[in-house]
Design a protein around this ligand. Structure first.
Ligand code: CU
Length: 625
């Protein structure tokens, strides 16, 4: 491969590798992206024999379209190195005989996770340079796991360095049955550390070793049962969001242990947040043809800033267009029509018309990153356009009636093309809001150009708490305010006086870090009355961060009752009282019931996961008059 980006890449890599010139690099092997469809090793008579090696190899996260990186990778002996590393997949009861050779040259390799499940972190294999170590163990309990290697001794939560791609999925299937077809996806994170600011500094988030738009394109037929396993050996939680459909979480675990979830207890969600070291399995049945996505909802993890070869930083980051705006952890799914002819309805006579204007308050001075536009969606009622010189904060709340068709006209009054995604709502593909992607049968929704508009239709089938947001250049567009609350209600049971909506969203033009609560850095006090039961609707759409959310009183965490996740009501036996503290990621919504029993002050604390920022929402509980 020849590429002008090479020398800069090598400057980055020279820190930990011996690679210094193109001649040496050309002698290296290329890394094959591993789609985890073929198990490694030889399985015979209840015994798997597997010979692994860790070698330096040339990884191209954009396939042959971008620069490559020389990094330690796992390979089967005598075979091409893979990212993720060779898949270990055996039935329970299998004896695994594995050898690992450290061909990295200069560092001791520590291998974790080559042992019986459940496992512990202390059970490692230490392999000096040039040495081979062997291990024989029983596979253990069925589940979704992984193994990994380390040369830097970084903990899982910091796993983004030169050894960050040394990992492979480890799947234990139930014994005595043929496992139903499934797919295994491994998330990966690598953060470039340039020696100086002018060095090319790729920063990568990948699925099975590849970055969008080079990730695998999956094709299914409407009505198929789709089973996916997700493995997260990376440095951060990834809120993995499926467009257009709910999925059931069938197990949750980690590299070490896994717990299958009984059918009646399976979370039904559109976003699942595996933590570093976490795994989960999911099942879904698409019933609507078209192009769909499953992607990480941390905006940065699907942004232009995550390309092996990215365009130069734009002078005006707001204007990054939709084609250039997505990279990283995105998986494409095309659903073909199946036997059922039932489609999500469009063109319904009498659909309720709603006009939604994407607006910007022009604050930017040319080229200045610090002076960005405040943005919002403003609902336009009647013929009078909202005034042009300001935007509300937050965007207009949309309240839709369940099963009532809506015809949504999105008017673009910002200075870049975009689309609007109705996050969590089961919409027809064309209405899903990804410019140039959403649609089916060759009819794709266009980007809505500045000054233009687009009309889409859908009929929300369930009541719940949802989000609508711009689906392009999300770091900036969601960050600057293009998100809003979307409630679907049954009018008979909807009582706004007994509900409180809490929207955690982008920080606005004051910066792309931090967050706002209900549109403000210092939000208005929420008032509750003693003895009343409230539905707290929590929307988390801070684009770039995961955070801990805690409801407190007198510095201690209170309890609330979980009611719904991502707009789907929990089955009654799962509507349990629990401590009011949780880790949330972008694209998640949750409903809780809370009944204050005495007057006083409370706080909702929102703390970015690694402590980068903190916000709080004051809540005042008042006596009944
Ligand atoms: Cu992510």
């Amino acid at each position: 491969m020849s590429n002008p980006g090479w020398c800069g890449v090598l400057a980055v890599l020279a820190v930990t590798t011996v690679v210094a010139c193109r001649a040496t690099v050309d002698a290296l092997e290329d890394v094959a992206p591993n789609d985890n469809r073929v198990a490694a090793g030889t399985l015979r008579g209840g015994e798997l024999t597997l010979r692994l090696e860790a070698r330096h190899a040339r990884w191209s996260p954009d396939r042959d379209k971008g620069p490559s990186l020389v990094m330690p990778m796992f390979a089967e002996e005598g075979r091409q190195p893979q990212n993720p590393g060779p898949l270990i997949r055996v039935p329970a009861g299998t004896t695994i005989r594995v050898s690992v050779k450290n061909a990295l040259g200069d560092s001791t390799l520590v291998v974790y996770g080559l042992n019986t499940r459940p496992s512990t972190l202390t059970d490692t294999i230490q392999i000096p340079p040039g040495a081979t170590r062997e291990r024989t163990f029983e596979a253990g309990v069925p589940g979704t796991y992984f193994y990994w290697g380390s040369t830097t001794h970084q903990p899982m939560a910091d796993r983004n360095g030169m050894d960050s791609q040394l990992h492979g999925a480890f799947i234990v299937d139930s014994a005595g049955v043929t496992p139903p077809p499934d797919r295994v996806f491994v998330l990966g994170s690598w953060t470039g550390r340039p020696r100086n600011r002018r060095s090319f500094s790729p920063d990568l988030r990948v699925i099975n070793g590849l970055s969008w738009p080079h990730t695998e394109r999956l094709t299914y037929t409407s009505g198929d049962t789709i089973r996916w396993r997700w493995v997260n050996p990376s440095d951060s939680p990834h809120p993995m969001h499926l467009h257009g459909f709910y999925f059931d979480v069938t197990s949750r675990g980690s590299w070490a242990a896994d717990t299958a979830i009984a059918k009646a207890d399976m979370p039904r969600v559109v976003t699942e947040l595996p933590i570093p070291g976490g795994t989960y399995a999911m099942t879904w049945v698409p019933d609507e043809p078209g192009n769909w996505f499953m992607h990480c909802h941390v905006a940065y993890h699907t942004s232009i800033y995550l390309a092996a070869e990215r365009p130069p930083d734009p002078a005006d980051p707001v204007t990054v267009d939709h084609d250039h705006g997505m990279r990283g952890m995105v998986l494409a799914v095309n659903v073909r029509p199946g036997a059922s002819t039932v489609r999500r309805a469009t063109g319904v006579a009498g659909a309720r018309p709603i006009r939604l204007v994407a607006k910007a308050a022009l604050k930017r001075s040319r080229g200045a990153w610090t002076e960005l536009d405040e943005m919002a969606f403003v609902r336009q009622d009647g013929d009078v356009a909202p005034p042009g010189d300001s935007v509300p904060n937050p965007s207009s709340l949309l309240v839709l009636q369940r099963n009532e068709p809506v015809r949504m006209t999105i008017v673009n009054h910002i200075r870049v093309a975009t689309g609007v995604h109705w996050h969590g709502i089961e919409v027809p593909a064309y209405s899903d809001g990804v410019p140039g992607w959403s649609g089916s049968d060759g009819r794709l929704a266009p980007a809505i150009a500045p000054g233009d508009s687009l009309t889409v239709e859908f009929t929300p089938p369930r009541s719940g708490t949802f989000i609508y947001h711009a689906h392009s250049n999300e770091n900036f567009l969601i960050g600057l305010g293009l998100y809003g609350g979307l409630l679907v209600v049954d009018s008979a049971s909807y009582d706004p006086s007994r509900e409180r909506l809490i929207i955690l969203g982008g920080a606005g033009a004051s910066g792309t870090s931090g967050a706002r609560i209900n549109g403000r850095e210092e939000p208005d006090t929420v008032r509750l009355t003693v003895g009343d039961k409230y539905r707290l609707r929590l929307i988390y759409i801070v684009p770039d961060y995961n955070a801990y959310v805690t409801l407190t009183r007198d510095d201690s965490t209170v309890h609330w009752r979980a009611l719904a996740k991502d707009g789907a009501e929990l089955p009654s036996h799962l509507q349990t009282v629990r401590e009011a503290r949780l880790l949330v990621g972008p694209g998640e919504t949750m409903d809780f019931e809370y009944q204050p029993m005495k007057p006083g002050l409370m706080q909702l604390y929102v703390a970015q996961r690694t402590g980068a920022w903190e916000r709080h929402l004051p809540i005042k509980v008042e006596s009944r008059r």
